[in-house]
Design a protein around this ligand. Structure first.
Ligand code: ATP
Length: 365
């Protein structure tokens, strides 16, 4: 059991700047929970409160069923991995990894065994006698993770551990973290990132933070397929979900919508009620769910402003009547002939169309 439970947790800096409030979160043993959210929403603050590096202003934090609000970091059974690897430059990889255990006066044979086992898990065995300067960024970050692993913590906390790495190393190190997690199914990991792909691929659950609180918690696919709000819909997924203004013109088990901006009609599998008739809503569909329509049945029609061929897909950006709105984007499979300046019609699978009223998904009422 290494559950981490937050109940009504709040953070106020300096007695007046409220950064987080009413945070309720129950993280179960073996989960890898990822915190995401816009810059400054409090992701690092929340992680640092769990670590004990930041005081909790209100509410309770339990680890393993024990309230730890006033327990110092070293006694919480956690280990934290930072973006800056913070290795000791004059010490070998082996000594960097052994250091905390030596301080804790662990017998040498046990230290050696712990370091060797961690090095094996992280494929660092051949680098144990090198200094950090003779390692790549990805290897250095693995040593930093190894320093956490040797301590056999109950909970691992990662604060943007891959953001100093270049794209290729990020991918490789991300996969190593996923493999490490698989080898240690009973540890609990909490991870802060800006990176969508990291969040989607590593997380058992994603916590989206916004406006001082939790906007939504769910598995990556939950958040992608069933966002509860326009905010989450546009935050998860890249390019972001398209939103166009519309009106409900048919209710029942499926909803028919008239799209104002771009002109067609679209059906959503989200049911709506008779009293919704005439309601002004935003219709959402993801770029990858857009389907090119040749016929009369279409949801959106627009002039192509930009076209980007990525090989396996083509991104089509449509000009918006209201230039302050983000462009509507279609991600169409394959290569398409250049059609800039021409008009194109789109529709979308009804199962994948979202409806938002006052920013809230109609799925969630
Ligand atoms: N020591 C502090 N005193 C006052 N305000 C602080 C302090 N530390 C952080 N903040 C504020 O708290 C808010 C949350 O900061 P935090 O670093 O947790 O956000 P974040 O979501 O991790 O941001 P980013 O994604 O940019 O790293 C920010 O508005 C920040 O300015």
């Amino acid at each position: 059991m290494t559950d981490v439970k937050l109940t009504d947790v709040a953070k106020v800096y300096g007695g007046k700047v409220e950064v987080l409030k009413n945070i309720d979160l129950d993280i179960k043993t073996g989960e890898l929970v990822v915190f995401v959210g816009p810059s400054g929403c409090g992701k690092s603050t929340l992680l640092r409160m769990i670590a004990g590096l930041e005081k909790i202003s209100d509410g309770t934090l339990e680890i393993d069923g024990q309230v730890v609000n006033d327990i110092p970091p070293s006694q919480r059974g956690i280990a934290m991995v930072f973006q800056s690897y913070a290795l000791y430059p004059h010490m070998t990889v082996r000594d960097n990894m052994a250091f905390a255990l030596q301080i804790a006066k662990m017998p040498k044979a046990e230290i050696d065994a712990a370091v060797n086992a961690a090095a094996e898990k992280l494929q660092l065995t051949e680098y144990l006698d090198r200094l950090p300067k003779a390692l790549s960024g990805g290897q250095r970050q693995r040593v930093a993770i190894g320093r956490a692993v040797v301590r056999s913590p109950k909970v691992y906390l990662f604060d943007e551990p891959l953001s100093n790495l270049d794209a290729a190393l990020r991918v490789a190190t991300r996969i190593e973290i996923a493999q490490l997690k698989e080898q240690m199914p009973d540890t609990t990991m909490i991870y802060v990132t800006h990176d969508q792909v990291e969040a989607m691929t590593l997380a058992t659950r994603i916590v989206v933070l916004a406006n001082k609180g939790i906007a939504q918690v769910g598995s990556p696919l939950d958040l992608y397929e069933r966002p509860n709000s326009e905010f989450v819909a546009q935050f998860i997924g890249s390019p972001a979900m398209n939103l166009v203004a519309g009106e409900i013109v048919g209710t029942g088990a499926v909803t028919t919508l008239k799209v104002h901006d771009g002109g067609g009609t679209i059906t959503s599998a989200v049911p709506s009620l008779p009293e919704d008739m005439g309601a002004q809503v935003n219709v959402g569909f993801r770029p990858e769910d857009a389907i090119q329509s040749d016929g009369e049945n279409y949801a959106y029609e627009g002039e192509i402003e930009i076209q980007e061929s990525l090989g396996e897909v083509t991104l089509i950006y449509f000009k918006r009547a209201a230039p302050e709105h983000e462009p509507v984007i279609a991600k169409l499979p394959g290569i398409h002939p250049e059609q800039r300046g021409k008009s194109m019609r789109l529709t979308a699978d009804p199962e994948k169309v979202h409806i938002f009223r006052n920013g809230v998904s109609l799925l969630y009422r």
